[in-house]
Write a protein that binds this ligand. Structure first.
Ligand code: GDP
Ligand code: MG
Length: 264
């Protein structure tokens, strides 16, 4: 346990925060909000962009995949479509990832957090060799946590909510790193319903039972399985746009980083 060591000791290395989530869930906007927060609170942050295809970023990245790999040229060179281009670009970048780790290691004493943005399409990072290589490179060097960003207004439908939770669950089992569920866009829809569904699967089942389709009965069975998953999670509600919940987000990161220190 880290009790008694104090935060100064704990902070010998930056904590890596890998931000994943479905396209449009608000990863990039959240990164921007987190960067603003670090400036306001005098937290020392560093930002890594791993999305090769993003046109413009609202924040200034310290390390940007686009500086090393030009995804449009990769598409032409290897005769690929957009997804293949993004995937291959990330693969090329992953082969040099030890250099990224070295850069961060050299600055480790001056950093509290490293914020990592990932490609818009989630599977490009979560189901690729490069995503696994990059995650492993971080996690073997620094305390690393993953946050799965949920589009809260789009998850009010029980079946969509369930799909999202299954995806988050697969990420937990794949990375085996502390996972924080970040319910984003609470300025549009409060995430209270999600907390209630996670707290008590009967409440979720009641919501799902209005739909008598096959997928609904499957949904009901899966909710029992997910009950165990929820017990191993932290969840916070935030708005990347308004800034609501960002303090709670960093608290969850701190708790997850301690969990990492104790278990990995
Ligand atoms: P990404 O694909 O996960 O990186 O998502 P983006 O950060 O590009 O955001 C997708 C869309 O959601 C954009 O139109 C954002 O303005 C919007 N968005 C992101 N976060 C929030 C939020 O907290 N509240 C609201 N209302 N919109 C948001
Ligand atoms: Mg993005």
């Amino acid at each position: 346990s880290s009790s008694g060591n104090g935060s100064a000791n704990f902070r010998r290395k930056p904590v890596i925060i890998i931000v994943v989530g479905m396209a449009g869930s608000g990863k990039t906007t959240l990164l921007h909000r987190l960067v603003c927060h670090t400036h306001l609170k005098n937290i020392r942050g560093y930002v890594v962009n791993l999305d090769p295809a993003v046109m413009t970023l609202p924040y200034a990245a310290n390390i940007d995949v686009r500086d090393t790999v030009k995804y449009k040229e990769v598409m032409k060179q290897f005769n690929l479509g957009p997804n293949g281009g993004i995937l291959t670009s990330l693969n090329l970048f992953a082969t040099k990832f030890d250099e990224v780790i070295s850069v961060i290691e050299r600055r480790a004493d001056q950093l509290d957090y490293v914020l990592v943005d990932t490609p818009g399409q989630i599977e490009i990072f979560t189901w690729s060799a490069s995503g696994a290589i990059i995650t492993e490179a971080f996690a073997s060097t620094f305390p690393t946590v993953v946050t799965y960003v949920v589009d809260t207004p789009r998850s009010e439908d029980p079946t969509t909510f369930m799909s999202n939770m299954l995806y988050a669950c697969s990420i937990l089992y794949k990375t085996r790193l502390p996972l924080i569920l970040t319910f984003n866009k609470v300025d549009v829809a409060a995430h209270q319903f999600a907390l209630e569904w996670m707290e008590d699967f009967e409440v979720f089942q009641a919501a799902a039972s209005s739909d008598r389709s096959y997928s609904s009965s499957l949904t009901q069975s899966l909710s029992l399985v997910l009950d165990e998953f929820y017990n191993n999670l932290k969840s916070v509600g935030v708005s990347a746009v308004s800034g609501a919940g960002i303090d709670a987000f960093f608290k969850a990161v701190e708790a997850s980083a301690e969990e990492y220190m104790e278990n990995y």
